[in-house]
Design a protein around this ligand. Structure first.
Ligand SMILES: [Zn+2]
Ligand SMILES: [Zn+2]
Length: 175
């Protein structure tokens, strides 16, 4: 009985140490986070174009997890664009929100943006976390869009196939 308790105590210690060890791994391997999501921004000027070189993340994603990054570099690492593709975002950290993409791009919406997922408005708008293979429409027009317009623009958001295609051509971050 006594041995049983000792064994139980040891296994608790082992499990706790293992858990702490894993937590460390997760923190150090933040660069392993890498997924993609599609977006389309519409303003009074029409569909916003983010394909210009100025919007692209040109250097490869950080390979050294211990590299010292400035706050700006860290923000850019979290979510960015590659390969001249202005509609598929690359996410490299946990818990990234859509709003952060536009921080990275230094893009200011002309008015309050409304974010739609699958044609339905999301209460958090751009503060909603970016999901794996997310496909969102962001509308910042003077007048509220009609359901017909939302449906029309939603149909223009890149598809899952488009996301897969963007991944396959990406040289910027080894995807
Ligand atoms: Zn990528
Ligand atoms: Zn990247």
């Amino acid at each position: 009985m006594k041995h049983g308790l000792l064994a139980a105590a040891i296994s608790v210690v082992v499990l706790t140490v293992g858990w702490l060890g894993n937590r460390g791994d997760v923190a150090e391997r933040a660069d392993d986070v890498h997924y993609h999501a599609a977006f389309l921004v519409v303003t009074d000027d029409g569909v916003a174009d983010f394909s210009a070189p100025a919007f692209m993340h040109l250097k490869p994603c950080t390979e050294d997890a211990h590299a010292e990054l400035t706050p700006e570099e860290e923000q850019r690492e979290r979510i960015h664009l590659h390969d001249g593709n202005g509609t598929v975002a690359h996410v490299h950290r946990e818990g990234v929100r859509w709003s952060e993409l536009f921080t990275t791009l230094q893009y200011v919406f002309p008015g309050p943006p409304y974010l739609y997922r699958d044609g339905a408005a999301v209460a958090e708008s751009t503060f909603t976390p970016v999901q794996i293979d997310d496909r969102v429409l962001i509308v910042a027009t003077t007048n509220d869009p009609t359901p017909e317009l939302v449906a029309e623009w939603t149909a223009q958001v890149p598809t899952i196939e488009d996301i897969r295609a963007a991944e396959s051509v990406s040289e910027g971050c080894g995807s």
